[in-house]
Every structure is written in C-alpha cells, then in structure tokens.
Design a protein around this ligand. Structure first.
Ligand code: NAD
Length: 434
C-alpha cells in the first residue's frame, strides 16, 4: 500500500519504519527541515533502540522516503497517517493546532479520495473536526480513522511490531477491512485488531494511559504512607503484585511519572470531561499525587543537610523520564534539579542517552553534564538516582564511595538494597522504605 506519515517524531518515524518493514511504500513527512535533512543522511534524530537499522534497511530497499513537501506526500499516498504532537494547552486540554493544520494541508492538496488516519492522541470528537477541516478545502471523498498508538518509547519497535492490540475507530466497514489488512502482519500471533466507533477509539487511548498513571500514583501515595509508619513499600508491592487481579506491572514506587504522554493525557482527559460537565475526581487526585511525588525527595535531602544546601553539590544519575529513551519531557529529574537550584545547590548529572537533549533544553547552563557516571560523582555531597537505567543497577559502590565527599544515596526508584548499601558505609534514603 502507498502510505504516508505526517510528523516524523517518536511515533511517526517508528510507525513509518515499521510499515515499510512489512513491504509498504512509506513517505515520512515533517515540517522540520533539519530533522528531514538528518534522516536523509541516515542520522536518526531520536534515541530508540533498533530504529536506526530498520530505517537504514528500508531506505536502502526504496520503501521509506523522507520529505518536507506536503503536496508530494498527499498526492503519492492513499492512506495518510497524522502523527504530530498534541501538547497540553494552558488549560490542560490537548492543543489540536498541529493536527488541524495538517488536516487543512491535506484538504488543500487532495488529488483523489483518501483515508486519513489519526495516530496522534486526541480528545473525543477530533475525528469529526479533522473531517470538517479537510472537507472545507476539497470535494474529494475522505474517510477518517481513529487509530491511537500505544507504543512505549524505549521499546517502540517491539511494541509496534507486536502490539497487544490494535484499535481502529471507523464507522466505514470497508475502511475497517483495509486497516485490518494493513495491520495483519503485526498480529500474526493472534493479538486482536479491535474495530470500534471513532469516539470510543479516541477515549480508549486516554483511558489506557490514565489507568497506568493511576496505578503509579496509587503506589506512590501508599509508599509515602509506608514512610510515615515504618513499613516497606517494596514488601507491600510484592505482596499485592502476586495477586493475578493486580499484577506486577506499573506498581513500582518512585519519584513520579513523566514523559510526553501520561502527564498530558491525564490532564487532557480531566479537561475534556470538564467540557462535558463531568468531574473525573480520581484522575484529579492521580495528577496531584504525581506533582507532589516529583518533589518527594527534597524534604529528605533538606533534612539530611540541616536545611542548608548552598555549599552542596549533588549528582543526578538519569535525566530522561524513564530508561531507554532520551525524552526529557516532564522528566522528574527536571523538577528535582529546579528545586535543588532554589536552595543554591550545585548539580552534576549523567545520563546514558539524554545528554544531547539536556543540552538542547539549555540544562548545561547551570548543570555540569558528564559522559561518565562515575566522573559525575567526584567531590559530590550526594548521589540522587532519578532514572533506573540498567547500567546504574549494579555499580561499584566502592568506587562511588571513593569519589564522593560524603557517601550518601537518595534512591528515587528503590533500585538498591538498603541493607547492602548501608553495610558498605552509605547513608541511604529511598521511597517508602524504612
Ligand atoms: P514528537 O514531538 O516527537 O513528533 C511530532 C512531529 O510532528 C515533530 O517532528 C514535528 O516537527 C512534526 N510536526 C508538527 N506539526 C507539523 C506539521 N504541521 N506538518 C508536519 N509535521 C509537523 O511527538 P510524538 O512523541 O511522536 O507524539 C505524536 C503524537 O503521538 C502525540 O499526540 C502523542 O501524544 C502520541 N503518542 C506518543 C507516544 C510517545 O511515546 N511519544 C506514544 C503514543 C502516542
């Protein structure tokens, strides 16, 4: 099939590469000229394991193309995916500017009937808006599909190639069949392709992210309570996770969720409900718990240093919002760094993949960035583990101790064993652990 993907970011580029991998001819379009120039030169602008080889392979086999030309893109594809950003607006609602801009451009450049598939995460009712916007510009037939994406950064290729499910929102059975055909290679092990109406498909995406965010905030709230009573949240976690109805995934306590999806999607769903005169009380609490959780280590740090951080230097391990990505959108590390700066502390930081992103965000103006995680510890007064990258899990504690001014660890992801690190001479603080 002749496909195009408009927006070549984390979702668009992965979707484009994976569709090309199954034999389709795919044009990846983006308005960011620098990004497209990089892609044409074989440089992948984001960190995503496995993506570079897949892009290279499909470019070499003439199945994957990159352009900034919207007319060429629309004219040369039958199915057009929209995968542009839907960032939060000031009132928490999803900003649809990019999606509707793209819809208008598609309408202006239509040269025949098209199927337009919305992969961006959008509030309920957007499929109708996209259709109206396109039809203002053209008389050609257009079918809109709502096809939310569930991939996780860091495992995006695996998630796209082997999805737990594919959700297709369309009220046109023929279009539904075509979409099923397109996705058939990805669900050969029997995972379902669910055809539903557009409104339900749009809500399904927000419901999934909100449920996962709820699990995280629930555990964090409980972890903070464990801190008050001297119980160990890690034991509680194991105790509840073994119940099949609960399960072990997404119940790890820590310094809160971040990223480009959970924070904005929870906010947007709350906001959409408000537009329909409904208050999603539980989700409001989920958001509030998370905002507080990002700062949860700060009072512990202040307490340890008698409320004086002005002559202290801290080392942050992990800047990305989670391991295996360079994405720092809404990353807890940014909140923690901001808070420590307020108290006059100096910050050194390491991340295996996000240093270039940290520089792009201007973090290097007041944070010293290191390529080596141990170097970042020299003369440090405290190690703050924020992102649980694999390479931080079994470090040489002896080396850490020899480099630091004071051997103390604030573990924002509960990855170290308290008895072990304390026996090695560290002071150790975690989340919800005595
Ligand atoms: P992103 O910011 O990485 O990429 C968006 C791209 O769209 C950018 O390259 C930008 O230049 C381009 N763009 C914006 N306006 C454009 C226009 N008018 N024409 C052409 N290109 C344009 O965003 P992302 O993380 O890929 O997210 C895209 C959507 O997918 C969002 O709605 C997001 O919520 C959703 N989503 C993201 C993830 C994720 O893990 N990142 C997962 C599932 C769903």
């Amino acid at each position: 099939m002749k496909l195009s993907v408009i927006g070549s970011g984390y979702v668009g580029l992965v979707a484009g590469a994976c569709f090309a991998e199954t034999g389709n001819q795919v044009i990846c379009m983006d308005r960011d000229e620098k990004k497209i120039e990089k892609l044409r030169n074989g440089i992948i602008p984001i960190y995503e394991p496995g993506l570079d080889q897949m892009v290279k392979r499909n470019v070499e086999h003439n199945r994957l193309f990159f352009t900034t030309d919207i007319k060429d893109t629309v004219n040369n594809s039958d199915i057009i995916f929209i995968a542009v950003g839907t960032p939060p607006d000031e009132d928490g609602s999803a900003d649809l500017t990019h999606v509707l801009d793209v819809a208008k451009s598609i309408g202006e450049n239509m040269n025949g009937p098209k199927i337009v598939v919305n992969k961006s995460t959008v509030p309920v009712g957007t499929a109708v808006k996209v259709k109206e916007t396109i039809l203002k510009e053209t008389n050609f037939e257009v079918n809109i599909v709502s096809n939310p994406e569930f991939l996780k950064e860091g495992a995006a290729i695996e998630d796209f190639m082997y999805p737990d499910r594919v959700v297709i929102g369309t009220s046109n059975p023929k279009v539904g069949e075509l979409m099923q055909e397109l996705y058939a290679p990805f669900v050969r092990t029997g995972n379902p392709i669910m055809i539903m109406d557009e409104l339900s498909a749009e809500i399904t995406k927000y419901a999934a992210n909100s449920m996962l965010a709820t699990k995280i905030s629930f555990m964090n709230d409980l972890a903070n309570f464990c801190d008050r009573v001297g119980a160990d949240i890690e034991k509680v976690r194991k105790g509840i996770g073994s119940d099949k109805r609960i399960g072990y995934s997404f119940i790890f306590p820590g310094v809160g969720y971040g990223g480009s999806c959970f924070p904005k999607d929870v906010k947007a769903l709350i906001r959409t409900a408000k537009d329909f005169d409904y208050e999603l009380k539980l989700l409001k609490a989920v958001e509030e718990v998370n905002e507080q959780q990002k700062k949860y280590l700060i009072p512990k740090i202040l307490g340890y240093y008698n409320n004086n951080l002005s002559d202290k230097t801290f080392t942050i391990w992990g800047l990305s919002f989670k391991p295996k990505t360079d994405d720092m959108r809404e990353a807890p590390a940014r909140t923690i760094i901001g808070e420590l700066h307020k108290y006059g502390a100096k910050i050194k930081a390491h991340d295996p993949a996000a240093l270039h992103e940290a520089r792009r965000l201007g973090l290097d103006k007041n944070v010293e960035l290191f390529d080596d995680n141990y170097q970042a510890l020299e003369n440090s007064d405290g190690l703050i583990l924020v992102t649980e990258w694999l390479e931080y899990r079994e470090p040489s504690f002896q080396k850490i101790k020899s480099l630091m001014r004071k051997p103390v660890i604030f573990d924002g992801r509960n990855i170290y064993k308290p008895t072990k690190v304390r026996s090695l001479g560290f002071d150790y603080f975690a989340i919800g652990r005595p």
